[in-house]
Design a protein around this ligand. Sequence first.
Ligand code: SF4
Ligand code: SF4
Ligand code: SF4
Length: 170
Amino acid sequence: MPNQAFDESRRRLLRGRLRAAPPALRPPWSLADRFTDLCTRCGACVGACPEAILRAGDGGFPEIDFRQGECSFCAACADACPEPLFDRGADRPWTLVAAVGPSCLTARRVVCRSCGDACPESAIRFALEPNGVARPVLDASTCTGCGACLSACPVGAVTILTPSEAPHAA
Ligand code: SF4
Ligand code: SF4
Ligand code: SF4
């Protein structure tokens, strides 16, 4: 049975974290807009994830932690959930997309292709810059948001963004 309506925005505001906290990344195929209304925080999805990338986050609600690994889109989380908050009929499991930030080693003229090597979709290509070092360029239309590139980056330059955080990614 769904838990009581949960006003996440208000809770964050009261904690003074509205601007600091990025939106939590929910499991694939889950209904992000209704997640905290429908999720009972039972933890079944966390225990079911073979990649161990789901953990109990803020308020006990499950969140994806890509520092632990990547999503294989096995759907074990969706299958384990007893509540109606996963839509397996959706075109895509989610709309997350990767982004490479300014701390990328190539910005300091250090050769690195770790993120590209880790990407199973070949969504990251490398474009040669005038300084002689190739920098990563992400194809957002190919990226599945799996997160494999995030833990592969030696300096934490990769983030996985929601559409609201990456308005120019499509
Ligand atoms: S789809 Fe599979 S790997 Fe991805 S979060 Fe769910 S259980 Fe984990
Ligand atoms: S299995 Fe479903 S209800 Fe239980 S914590 Fe995960 S998302 Fe929430
Ligand atoms: S999130 Fe996955 S698909 Fe997207 S660039 Fe990173 S490794 Fe490739």
